[in-house]
Ligand binder design. Sequence first.
Ligand code: NAD
Length: 346
Amino acid sequence: MAKKILVLEGDGVGKEVIKSAIKILEFIQKKLKLKIELEYDYIGGECIDRFGVAIKEETIKKAKKYGIVLLGAVGGYKWEKSKVKPEEGLLKLRKEMGVYANIRPIHSFFNRNIDIVFVRELTGGIYFGKPRKRWIKNNRTFVIDTLKYSDKEIERVVRVAFEIARNRKKFLVSVDKANVLESSRLWREIVNKISEEYKDVKVEHHLVDSFAMNLILKPEYFDVVVTENLFGDILTDEAAVLVGSLGLLPSASLAFKKEKVIGLYEPIHGSAPDIAGKNIANPIGAILSVALMFKYSLKRDDIYELIYQAVQKTLEKGYKTFDLDKNNYLQTDKFTDKIIENMNVN
Ligand code: NAD
């Protein structure tokens, strides 16, 4: 039976980079005679314009049923003041799919020594904890956000990180703030407990402040890094600048349910309204998101490698996109064709 994939292009450059990613996917599908069926739907600003909501319930149902979603990006100037925000669709989708482990490979195609995989907890922590409110008392304004985790939430994401570390350099760095936060102390205890099952993996605990500094000073030191939601949000954006452009980076948000891997695959960048519609967006983040989809959801490491090698070769030959070299670049569609030309598939 054909594998069904839900494709949500979204807004702005989301549409352009997903077109490239699908071109690569369809090329591989044809060459390797894979049984894959694509179904398109809406999310974000365009969905608001068409249906008044940032994502439809039936789209969420399909996402859960198929378990594989390829997404572009959402948002844009047009919806900045709208009552319903395009980003609500994305947050709802992530939550409903229950994808708790956000995997972000930070791989530099230009400096071979930077090759880190971040594993960020995605569905817990301070972004979701209750109470979250604002109130006024005696003419003073008070606010509260809640950082809450259960041992189960921590365990499942830490386990994903150990598995990834085991298949790479067997070195895991866990980032927390255990000198101050109770949640971090539990985090650290759980990492230590699970490390008993992964004795082949070396573990280091780093405090988030010194880690943020060392990530810039010696990025080559790190291999797999696991951390909670808020720290991960900030650190993965920090790490993104190490490789040259936001447009280069993919992500996979995963949930492991017995043998099945539920996956939401998307480039890390937004809808880039400043360059949308010009055919100059870098499609690599979206294309590598397809590579991650093959690796995790379809268990095809060989196709993951094939795509990475083709991107590497294309860049090595000197072909660039606008964000990488403003004086000498190919447009998005032409650059995508070059990647296909450099793909070693028979
Ligand atoms: P952005 O990632 O869209 O853009 C930041 C900068 O990076 C811009 O200068 C942009 O031109 C550049 N850039 C981004 N992707 C690129 C690509 N593929 N190729 C070349 N250059 C690229 O972030 P922003 O400007 O802060 O946000 C724009 C809109 O996107 C907002 O509405 C925001 O809410 C939304 N957003 C969506 C997501 C998502 O869908 N996951 C993520 C971040 C921001």
